[in-house]
Ligand binder design. Structure first.
Ligand code: GLA
Length: 658
């Protein structure tokens, strides 16, 4: 289901009119129109205002807000308002508030204070969702439903008795009987054999490390429990407004929720992204998230929140320098977004976010921020035709939450320094630098459309996933510590790489994590050397060619990087993967979308008739790019060909015929 009620690219942000006297609203909508805003996200935290007492609704103010928006041609991304339960609910049902792992029930006074398993909370949210849907089903401003807000931001898990009951039911459903649970969790270890599900509890604070299989199932359960909350509200919305698309805003690459599963339940994927302006490489890290968002449903997605300038929740909240707000906005479009929205429209006067930037700053229309807002509105209008266009990638990075969760088990791994996000970034950054389009894919997805697939890590690898990788006919790289355990965190018979052994032609004799700060050298067949960090392996080659060997220390002379047919195995974490990546990409026939100098990002979207090349100069000096084909820069209307200079933090969106 697509968002069809708003043509072109979406532009706007979170709008919290309940924080302002009503006479300010007229100015809000007038200025929104002036800036070219097309959509506002409303009522995200409005539960206590919309239902001030149980079952007693006050919709009048929201009616007037929606009417005003519609009268100015602005659509609503209407929240179900369930992100923060109201005080009356918390006081009459204290069990709605979440409990931490040490057994402390958290207090009211912030936001997102709820137990995902609470039947009282769920009943109250679906009742409000129904009241909202019935009230606004026919309102012409309603374009999209926004369920709750940033699930797992503050509350990912709750350890209360209700959550324990829910966890047991989830386990009974997964394992059938307690024998199945004992088998999966390996409870013969440390004397944990259960004789009934009623003895099982969430991984509350215990004297020592908790069973890692229990932790893995807990992570799965927590993702599923919140998803049930989303689905319960969605079912109500579907019943009352079957044609209105539903989303909930994701939080980029987040460890808590398995977004592959979540995205399948959404009509449109939307994301919130807050790259740190103080980090000169932050645009690379967010590019990976944006590619994930596009890959989740293999369709355009929406950026629902970003900051126009500074946020308010870092230790030091550095503003965005001139040009960065525009450039970062264009970057989301380059990676497949069909809308650029912000937190928030009008800068707050009070509360924790009063210093968070907004499209309309405290200083009003005289500010630098307002100039940026109006400028971006113009840019987005000029780019309207890219809405709905697609991205084609030849490379996929395989990524799975189960491995991320498995790797994170405390006090039971060879090393706690294996961070899946960092492992993804190590391969993604040089691909990004070269202007190569990248999708992300879960390990079970059909990979046949790609020329090259990179699996930075697949610690948890099932037989079916191994078969899927084995069936892939293109070039494959598998990173270290992959194929180690099955879906229940049990080591595969014979050890790593388990079901990937035939594909890779190697066996891991022993994991060889490197002490922090230790450098281990590797030498490639051509004599070139490089360092690896944190991780190495003592490998036995069964049937593979050795591409690089460890060059010093205890592993000196042993294989480090191997290849069997099309499949390369990298048993370590190189400081620089390019000596492995470059020949691999050449052999796979993967080409960049443009030839770009360092600091210039290149991405392409395509329609049936046109290609749209985004060139984004993230550097603070001018950069030259030689265009392969002439075209028109949609941002300026200029015809461009050959050598083109991009100013600092400037961009080109070149339309060419296909
Ligand atoms: C999150 C929330 C918003 C707001 C912003 C501030 O993304 O969804 O309500 O708090 O952070 O950056």
């Amino acid at each position: 289901m697509q968002l069809t009620r708003v043509p072109g690219l979406l532009f706007g942000g979170d709008y919290n009119p309940e924080q302002w006297p009503e006479d300010v609203w007229a100015e809000d909508v007038r200025l929104m129109s002036e800036a070219g805003v097309t959509m506002a996200t409303v009522a995200v935290f409005s539960w206590s205002r919309l239902e001030p007492r149980e079952g007693e609704y006050d919709f009048g103010w929201l009616d007037r807000v929606l009417d005003l928006l519609h009268a100015h041609g602005i659509a609503a991304d209407l929240a179900t308002a369930t992100a923060t339960p109201p005080p009356w609910l918390v006081r009459t049902h204290p069990e709605v508030q979440p409990v931490d792992a040490a057994g402390t029930r958290l207090e009211f006074g912030s936001r997102q204070g709820y137990c995902p398993s609470s039947p009282v909370f769920r009943a109250a949210t679906t009742r409000l969702a129904r009241a909202m849907a019935e009230r606004y089903a026919d309102h012409p401003a309603l374009a999209m439903w926004h369920i709750s807000n940033e699930y797992a931001d503050h509350t990912l898990e709750c350890f209360c008795d209700e959550s324990a009951r829910h966890f047991r039911a989830w386990l009974a459903d997964r394992y059938g009987d307690v024998a199945g649970l004992n088998d999966a969790w390996g409870t013969s270890c440390w004397g944990q054999h259960y004789t009934g599900f009623d003895q099982v509890a969430p991984p509350r604070k215990a004297p020592g490390p908790v069973n890692p299989a229990q932790l893995l199932d807990w992570r799965r359960f927590c993702s599923d429990a919140l998803l049930e909350c989303f689905e319960a509200e969605k079912a109500v919305l579907r019943e009352v407004t079957p044609d209105v698309p539903v989303t909930t805003n994701f939080m980029s690459i987040l460890p808590g929720l398995d977004y592959w599963t979540w995205a399948a339940a959404e009509d449109i994927v939307s994301d919130d992204a807050y790259p740190d302006p103080a980090d000169p490489a932050s645009h690379v890290a967010v590019a990976l998230s944006y590619d994930l968002m596009r890959s989740l449903k293999q369709r355009p997605w929406l950026l629902l929140e970003q900051a126009p300038s500074a946020v308010s929740w870092r230790e030091v909240n550095v503003p965005k320098p001139a040009g960065m707000m525009r450039l970062h906005s264009l970057q989301t479009l380059a990676h497949g977004a069909d809308g650029v929205m912000f937190f928030q429209w009008r800068q707050a006067r009070y509360g924790p976010e009063k210093f968070h930037s907004a499209l309309l700053p405290h200083g009003g229309t005289a500010t630098r921020g307002w100039q940026d807002t109006v400028g971006l509105g113009r840019d987005l209008a000029n780019l309207a035709e890219i809405a709905g266009t697609r991205t084609t990638a030849d490379v996929a990075l395989v990524f799975d939450w189960n491995s991320w969760w498995g790797l994170a088990a405390p006090e039971s791994m060879p090393s706690n320094r294996l961070d899946l996000r960092a492992m993804l970034q190590a391969w993604y950054a040089p691909l990004h630098e070269r202007g190569i389009a990248v999708d992300l894919a879960p390990p079970g997805r059909d990979l046949s459309s790609y020329k090259a697939v990179i699996v930075p890590n697949l610690y948890l690898c099932t037989d079916e996933q191994a078969k899927n990788l084995g069936n892939f006919a293109g070039r494959l790289i598998v990173g270290p510590f992959s194929g180690v355990v099955d879906e229940a965190d049990r080591v595969h018979p014979g050890g790593a790489p388990g079901p990937l052994r035939d594909l890779l032609g190697v066996s891991v004799d022993e994991f060889w994590p490197l002490a922090p700060g230790t450098a281990q050298r590797v030498r490639f067949a051509d004599g070139a050397t490089g360092n690896v960090h944190d991780w190495a392996e003592w490998l036995r080659v069964d049937d593979a060619e050795v591409l690089a060997r460890y060059d010093d220390g205890d592993l000196a002379g042993r294989p480090a990087v191997t290849r069997r047919g099309r499949a390369t195995y990298v048993s370590c974490l190189p400081d620089d993967v390019r000596p492995i990546l470059d020949p691999f990409l050449a052999a796979a026939g993967v080409e960049p979308v443009a030839d770009v100098p360092a600091g210039v990002e290149a991405c392409r979207r395509e329609s049936a008739d046109h290609a749209y090349l985004f060139l984004l100069n993230h550097g603070t000096a001018a950069a030259d790019v030689t265009l392969r084909r002439p075209g028109t820069d949609l941002l300026t209307g200029r015809a461009l060909e050959g050598r083109t200079t991009l100013g600092p933090r400037d961009a080109v969106v070149l339309r060419t015929a296909r």
